[in-house]
Structure formats: structure tokens, C-alpha cells
Design a binder for this molecule. Structure first.
Ligand code: WQD
Length: 335
């Protein structure tokens, strides 16, 4: 049984990927410092699959602790989620973002190189494209100057990985996520935003649950069908499966180059108002919202061209926007 290290494995996307890995008969080891999640996610994963993953509470910014971990652990692959990911917060605390997101990446890659480990999957983001000139967005779209330190850590992260693959012969894949939403069918794991949600879907579900008074729609003067911004919302369970596909590509040595990257989305764009309408349909709730000004740093539209990911990863999304919103609502109702 192949052993896979999942950093940030108790987080939103990480926990769904751990479940998918265990379902695909991988032996999972999790590293998570609980900075953006809670330890009960470990039991929730176990209750879904019946297998308790090995777990280590390690802060990947601590080089000695990372070295010590690998002294006793030999893994067949690493899926690296552990990072800070709040766009707005990254503008206020850039050094925290560079120290955590870049530092932890460097220490992991150093250990892989020094110990002959291979097969690295990196959690990247469509944010590297900024506002793409053409839609849907292909992997050939130019990388635009980052709009935030968070986005910059993803761009720099990809460059570090690319150069490390070239220099040390590592094999890696970056998955450029569009907008991950929803939760597991079991309603045992989902998105756990701590504090006021930054992202649209948790804010919608908390408004529908009466936790928030009303949703502010950030702008309806964009050049889109209804004036609100367009994104590609992908069910987190489909996103998790893309990681298994990417990992198997590397383990089976099917990759064409040392470093590859793929756009992971549904290929369909949905506006904020379309998401609200879909949510009202699946929840049966009338959503309380008002239109306000645009949010700084937001782009008009982003949705993926999934041709290459579908072909090279032999993977495509299976769940609809409605299914994703329904799973997000069921998760909210449980909490
Ligand atoms: C979606 C749309 C908002 C909240 C960011 C990161 C990306 C990834 C996902 C980490 C936008 C609108 C939102 C609200 C609103 N993060 N909105 N009212 O900004 O597309 O992507 O999160 O990996 O890297 O950039 O996602 O959910 O914040 O916003 O109108 O209260 O919803 O303007 O159009 P975003 P989001």
C-alpha cells in the first residue's frame, strides 16, 4: 500500500482528499498544525472511511521538526495543502504569508531532494491568471502580476517547484483550483470558515441560517450577463478526486514533464446572482441580500478550460452547482 503524506490534511480540501485517498486504498499520513481547522476533523474522516489516518501536529515553518519527521517516515508521494489562503488577510500580513507558504514549501522540497522522495502535488490557484484576457482560461494563459501576497505565494511556489524539478529531478504537478465549494455527502466534513466568511458560499449559507443578517453582493456593474462577477464553482469532492488522478499520474510515471500544471474547474462560469438563485432553489429559502460596491482586487470573470485536465488526468467533474450548494447547505444546517 503506497504511503502518502498530506500536509494540511485536516483542512477543507485536505480532509476531502484524505477521504478520497483512503477510498483509493492509499495509506495516509497527515501533518496539520490546526491553525485553520480543528482536531475533530480527524475523527470525522475516520467515521467516513473507517480508517484513522496517522496524524502529526507539526508546524512546517519549523525546519527541524520537518527534518525529524522525515527521519522516520518514507512516503511515496506528498500532497501539499498546508498554507494560509485568505486574500484580504495576506494584504495585511504579507510576511506571515511568505514565511508560512514559501518557507514550508522549501523545507518539504529540501527533504524530498535529500531523501530521494518523489511525486509532489501542489495546491495552486486560478488566481495566478489574474483577470485572464480570454475565457475560458487554458493552462497557456499568461501568468499575470499577483493581485495579493496570497496569489504571489502561489506563483512563487510554482516557480520554486519548477526549478527544483529541473535541478533535482523531482516530479511534481500543480493543480490550479478554481472556486472549491460544498462538502462530503456524509455531512461529516465540509468548509469550516473561522470568523466572518470571506468566501461567497459560506456567507450565503450563514445568511440563510440566520447567522448573518444579509449577504452583500460586491458589485453588479461588471460586464457580465447580469452585472455580477462570474466564477467557476467546483464541488470539493470532485476537486479531491483530481488529486488522486494527479498522484496516480506521477506514481505511474505518465507525466510528460518533470513539472506539470492543470486547471481544475467545472468549465462553467456562474454569476453571483445565478449562485443565489440556484441556492434558493436547492434550499427552499429566500436569501436576504443587497447590492453594494465592488470588492477591491476582484476580477470580472474566471472559469476553466478543462480540456487538458480531462485528457491528461483522465478526470472530470461529475457534480453540479446545485449538488455542491445542496451539500454546503446540509453542512450548514448540521452546524
Ligand atoms: C466569489 C465571488 C465576490 C463574498 C478566492 C481566492 C481564491 C480561492 C477562492 C483560496 C466574487 C463575490 C463574495 C461576499 C460577494 N481562495 N462575493 N459577497 O474571490 O473568487 O476567490 O477564494 O484558494 O484563490 O482568490 O472567491 O468566494 O471570495 O468570491 O459578492 O460576501 O463572490 O465578489 O465575485 P474568489 P470568493
Amino acid at each position: 500500500m503506497k504511503k502518502i503524506l498530506v500536509t494540511g490534511g485536516l483542512g477543507f480540501i485536505g480532509s476531502h482528499t484524505v477521504v478520497a485517498l483512503q477510498n483509493a486504498k492509499f495509506d495516509v499520513v497527515i501533518i496539520d498544525n490546526l491553525s485553520n481547522t480543528t482536531i475533530d476533523v480527524l475523527d470525522n474522516i475516520t467515521s467516513i472511511t473507517g480508517i484513522k489516518p496517522e496524524y502529526h501536529n507539526i508546524d512546517l515553518r519549523n525546519k527541524k521538526d520537518v527534518q525529524q519527521f522525515f527521519e522516520t517516515k518514507k512516503v511515496d508521494g506528498i500532497i501539499h495543502f498546508a498554507a494560509y489562503k485568505a486574500v484580504g488577510e495576506s494584504v495585511e500580513k504579507p510576511l506571515d504569508y511568505y514565511e508560512n507558504n514559501i518557507g514550508s514549501l522549501i523545507y518539504l522540497l529540501q527533504e524530498m531532494n535529500q531523501r530521494g522522495l518523489d511525486n509532489f502535488i501542489f495546491s495552486s490557484s486560478c488566481t495566478v491568471y489574474g483577470q485572464a484576457d480570454e475565457l475560458p482560461i487554458t493552462e497557456n494563459a499568461p501568468i499575470k502580476p499577483a493581485e495579493s501576497p496570497y496569489g504571489n505565494t502561489k506563483q512563487i511556489g510554482e516557480e520554486i517547484i519548477n526549478e527544483s524539478c529541473n535541478a533535482y529531478g523531482l516530479n511534481a504537478i500543480a493543480l490550479r483550483y478554481f472556486n472549491p465549494i460544498g462538502g462530503h455527502d456524509s455531512v461529516k466534513i465540509g468548509e469550516l470558515p473561522l470568523g466572518v466568511p470571506q468566501n461567497l458560499i459560506p456567507f450565503i449559507t450563514q445568511t440563510a441560517a440566520g447567522i448573518r443578517k444579509e449577504l452583500s453582493v460586491f458589485g453588479d456593474d461588471y460586464p457580465t450577463t447580469d452585472g455580477t462577477a462570474v466564477r467557476d464553482y467546483i464541488h470539493v469532492v470532485d476537486l479531491a478526486k483530481a488529486h488522486i488522478a494527479a498522484l496516480q499520474r506521477l506514481i505511474n510515471k505518465k507525466n510528460n514533464k518533470n513539472f506539470e500544471y492543470f486547471n481544475v474547474g467545472t468549465g462553467t462560469g456562474s454569476s453571483v446572482l445565478e449562485v443565489i438563485t440556484a441556492f434558493e432553489k436547492v434550499s427552499g429559502k429566500k436569501l436576504n441580500y443587497k447590492i453594494v460596491g465592488r470588492r477591491a482586487g476582484d476580477i470580472t470573470a474566471a472559469y476553466a478550460d478543462t480540456t487538458i485536465a480531462n485528457k491528461e488526468l483522465q478526470w472530470k467533474t461529475e457534480k453540479s452547482l446545485e449538488e455542491a450548494l445542496d451539500s454546503a447547505w446540509k453542512w450548514q444546517l448540521k452546524h
